[in-house]
Design a protein around this ligand. Structure first.
Ligand code: NAI
Length: 251
């Protein structure tokens, strides 16, 4: 079943990890994909993903652009509209962590995490709501984290940015529900990607596993499935919510 036939989706930070899995999942269900990556080192991966998506029969193009930069985001969305004609779905996935105990955390580390994780969500959402308001429909999906709900030692900046995303998501849902624009967040737990590979082995991993009722890390595809649900009309009466894909870590 093609849940997203001919819809256009933006996915930020999609050259690898969860973003890549989301792009593939949305394309599998018929969506055309405009995605971003930020570093020169990801250019080959982005090109490979473009090809893979096109082979699935959808339009696909990548942009090298920093989601934390307001002007760059404005230009990116304008170019997407020119090339794809509309934006139905926006997945704000780009994110980083700069873990450090608060005693040692520098203002620069704090600002970088806030900029990439939280300001990026404002930057992109601000740009996509105009075309969505005109079309009187849209689905915005913001990647929060279980850490934004329960906090974590050594992650105060990351947790604050991800908690901020939840407040932003709920406010946008209030503001734009009357225009049929939905805005939801996903709060993944431990998902196997480059961001978490250092947590996978040894004693720390055992400790994490004990707290996950499903007894394993999640996969990027499982986050892609939750994103597909929120992007599609299957979730047409759901807005302002946070869906945790965390194997039960939050219960
Ligand atoms: P990752 O590090 O594998 O991928 C992050 C992607 O974001 C990369 O493609 C990177 O190039 C891109 N990116 C970074 N800064 C960017 C910027 N300024 N502009 C555009 N793109 C940028 O991370 P992963 O695990 O795939 O995470 C994706 C999202 O899911 C992040 O927001 C992360 O915080 C969130 N998340 C991940 C969890 C996990 O266990 N892996 C758990 C909870 C949330």
């Amino acid at each position: 079943m093609q849940l997203l036939q001919d819809r256009v989706a933006i996915v930020t930070g999609a050259a690898r990890g969860i973003g890549e899995a989301i792009a593939l999942k949305l394309a599998e269900h018929g969506a055309h994909i405009a995605f971003t990556y930020v570093s020169d080192g990801s250019a080959d991966k982005a090109a490979a993903l473009e090809e893979k998506l096109r082979a699935m029969g959808v339009q696909a193009r990548s942009w090298k652009t920093n989601a934390g930069d307001f002007a760059a985001s404005e230009q990116f969305v304008a170019e997407v509209l020119k090339e794809f004609g509309k934006v139905d779905i926006c997945v704000n996935n780009a994110g980083i962590s700069k873990d450090n105990l608060l005693l040692r955390m520098t203002p620069e580390q704090w600002d970088e995490v806030m900029n990439v994780n939280l300001k990026s969500v404002y930057n992109m959402t601000k740009q996509v709501i105009r075309p969505m308001m005109k079309a009187r429909k849209g689905s915005i999906i913001n990647m929060s984290s279980i850490v934004g709900i329960r906090g974590n030692a050594g992650q105060s900046s990351y947790a604050a940015s991800k908690a901020g995303i939840i407040g932003f998501t709920k406010s946008v849902a209030h503001e734009l529900g009357s225009r049929n624009i939905r805005c939801n967040a996903i709060a993944p737990g431990f998902i196997e990607t480059d961001m978490t590979h250092y947590l996978k082995d040894g004693e720390a991993a055992k400790g994490f596993m004990e707290n996950i009722p499903l007894g394993r890390f999640g996969t990027a595809e499982e986050v892609g499935n939750a994103t597909l649900f929120l992007a599609s009309d299957l979730s047409s009466y759901i807005t302002g919510q946070v869906i945790s894909t965390c194997g039960g870590l939050n219960i």
